[in-house]
Design a binder for this molecule. Structure first.
Ligand code: NAD
Length: 437
C-alpha cells in the first residue's frame, strides 16, 4: 500500500532504519511544516516533498497517512487526514484528551477507515515470546507485572547535541514539556494490556522532581519527570509501572506468576533476550545469598534469574537484524551493529506493516479501537495524577484478545521444554531428604 508521512523530524529517521525490510509499503512522499527539514529528508531518501498538507491529502495515490508530528498536533493532523478519506497511523499518544480519541475513532468508523497507532513493540519478538510463554503456562497463573521505564537523567547527557542521521535535533524541549510518561508509558501499557486485558482501576502519582533541566524556557515548567501507576486488571492481576527521566536507565519487563517469573531487559529492543525462572526451593533460597545474586555465573548455576528462552521469530524479525538506511562505510556498519546489539533495535514500521496486512486480508486490526482508546486513557490518567496521588476507574475498556496467529499457534511450548539446572535438581533432592529426615 502507499503511505505518506506528515512530520518528518527526529523519529522519522528511526522509522527509515528498517524501511528496507518493508516492501509491502511504498512511500508517496513527505510533508513537514518545517520546509527545510522536509527538503532535507526528501533529498536524503529520494522522497517526493509535498508543498502543503492539503496537497498530500488530495493525492489519490496515498492510502495511509503516517502522523509523526509533535504530540499536540496529533489530533488535528489525524482528523484532517480521516476527513480526507485516508487511513491513519499515528505516533503515540494518539490524542491528549479522551474525548478527542473517541471522536477520531468514531470519525474513522463512520468513514470505513482504519485509524491505529504506535507503539508497535507489542509485535516484537521479545514480547511475542513472553506472551506465548505465559499462554504455555510457564509462570503458572500470572499475578503481577513490574514494568520499569527509567530513561536516565537525560538533562545530564548533553541532549542539546543529539541529532538524527539526517540532522534533526532531538526535541529535548518538547520531551521535557510533554514529559516522560506521555512519551514512554505506552510502550509498557500496550504489551501489558494486550496480554492481560483491560484495567479496572488506576492509582497513580506523578511529580516534577528535577527543577532545572535546561536553560531553555519550558512551558509548562513542571511537567512530571517521574510517575508511578498501579493498575488493577479485570482478570484480578496487578501491575506497577514506573516512568522517569530521573533515575538511571532501567527498561525491564517482568511478569510474575504463582510458579515463576519472565523477564526481558528492554521494551526498546525488539529482540531483547527473555529469561524464564520457574521457581524452585533452590532458586528462591539461593537468591538470598549476596554472592549468588551478584555473580551471573553462580546465579545461573542455581537457577536464579532463569534461563534464556529461544525467541519466537516473526515475518519481519529480520528488519532489526541489519541496517541498510545509513551510510555503508565499515565504521557505520560497526557502530550500527553495536547499537542494534547493545542499545536498541526497533522496527517502528512494524505497526504499519501489521495495519496493512490486516487491511489487505480484510481482517480487523490486531489492536482494536477500544484497546487503543484504553491505552490512551491510562496514559493520560497516570501522567496527570499529580503529587497528591490519584485514584480513578477508566471510562474505557476493551474485549481481551489473542496474540497474532503466528504467536498463538507457534509450535514451541516453553513450559514443556524448560529443564531446571543440574544444581536445582540435585539440591532439591537434598532439601527434600533433609525435610524428611
Ligand atoms: N524522538 C524520539 O526518539 C521518539 C521516539 C518514538 C516516538 N516519538 C514520537 O514521535 C513524534 C514526533 O517526535 P519527534 O521526536 O520526531 O519530534 P520532532 O520535533 O523532531 O519532529 C516532529 C516534526 O513534526 C513537524 N510538525 C509539527 N506539526 C506539524 C504539522 N501540523 N504538520 C506537519 N508537520 C508538523 C515538526 O516541524 C517536526 O519536524 C512524537 O509523537 C513523539 O512522541 C519520538
Amino acid at each position: 500500500m502507499k503511505i505518506a508521512f506528515v512530520g518528518v523530524g527526529f523519529v522519522f529517521d528511526i522509522y527509515m532504519r528498517t524501511k528496507w525490510a518493508h516492501e509491502e509499503m511504498e512511500v508517496c512522499g513527505v510533508f513537514d511544516i518545517n520546509r527545510a527539514r522536509a527538503e532535507t529528508v526528501g533529498k536524503h531518501y529520494g522522497f517526493h516533498v509535498y508543498p502543503d498538507y492539503e496537497t498530500l491529502l488530495a493525492d489519490p495515490a496515498v492510502d495511509i497517512v503516517v502522523n509523526l508530528t509533535n504530540i499536540d498536533a496529533h489530533y488535528g493532523v489525524t482528523k484532517q487526514a480521516l476527513e480526507a478519506g485516508k487511513h491513519v497511523y499515528s505516533e503515540k499518544p494518539l490524542a491528549t484528551q479522551v474525548e478527542h480519541a473517541r471522536e477520531l475513532f468514531a470519525l474513522a468508523e463512520s468513514k470505513g477507515l482504519v485509524f491505529t497507532s504506535a507503539p508497535c513493540n507489542v509485535f516484537s519478538d521479545a514480547v511475542s515470546t513472553m506472551w506465548k510463554a505465559v499462554r504455555d503456562g510457564v509462570v503458572g497463573k500470572p499475578v503481577l507485572v513490574y514494568a520499569e521505564l527509567d530513561d536516565n537523567p537525560v538533562h545530564l547527557m548533553r541532549t542539546e547535541d543529539v541529532r538524527s542521521p539526517t540532522g534533526a535535533p532531538w526535541p529535548y524541549v518538547e520531551e521535557f514539556e510533554q514529559g516522560c510518561t506521555f512519551e514512554h508509558v505506552g510502550y509498557h501499557l500496550v504489551w501489558i494490556c494486550a496480554m492481560f486485558g483491560p484495567v479496572t482501576s488506576v492509582t497513580a502519582f506523578s511529580k516534577a522532581l528535577i527543577e532545572h533541566k535546561t536553560d531553555a524556557p519550558l512551558s509548562p515548567a513542571d511537567t512530571p519527570d517521574y510517575s508511578v501507576g498501579c493498575l488493577h486488571f479485570a482478570n484480578g492481576m496487578a501491575a506497577r509501572i514506573t516512568c522517569s527521566i530521573v533515575a538511571p536507565r532501567d527498561h525491564r519487563l517482568r511478569i510474575i506468576g504463582e510458579e515463576g517469573e519472565l523477564m526481558a531487559d528492554s521494551y526498546r529492543h525488539f529482540q531483547s533476550p527473555v529469561f524464564l525462572e520457574r521457581f524452585s526451593t533452590v532458586s528462591l533460597n539461593a537468591r538470598k545469598f549476596y554472592s549468588i545474586r551478584t555473580q551471573p555465573l553462580l546465579a545461573r548455576l542455581f537457577g536464579v534469574g532463569g534461563q534464556k528462552l529461544p525467541l519466537l521469530r516473526q515475518w519481519k524479525s529480520h528488519a532489526v537484524e541489519a541496517d541498510r538506511a545509513g551510510k555503508s562505510s565499515l565504521k557505520h556498519k560497526i557502530l550500527g551493529a553495536i547499537r542494534r546489539r547493545e542499545i536498541y533495535a526497533q522496527d517502528k514500521l512494524l505497526g504499519i506493516a501489521e495495519m496493512i496486512r490486516a487491511i489487505e486480508a480484510g481482517k480487523p486490526q490486531p489492536l482494536s479501537p477500544d484497546f487503543l482508546m484504553h491505552v490512551n486513557e491510562l496514559t493520560l490518567l497516570i501522567q496527570r495524577a499529580g503529587p497528591d496521588g490519584f485514584h480513578a476507574k477508566p471510562t474505557t475498556t476493551f474485549t481481551p484478545f489473542d496474540p497474532l496467529p503466528a504467536v498463538a499457534n507457534a509450535p514451541r511450548n516453553y513450559k514443556a521444554s524448560y529443564k531446571p539446572t543440574f544444581l536445582e535438581r540435585a539440591l532439591d533432592r537434598l532439601f527434600q531428604g533433609i525435610n524428611k529426615s
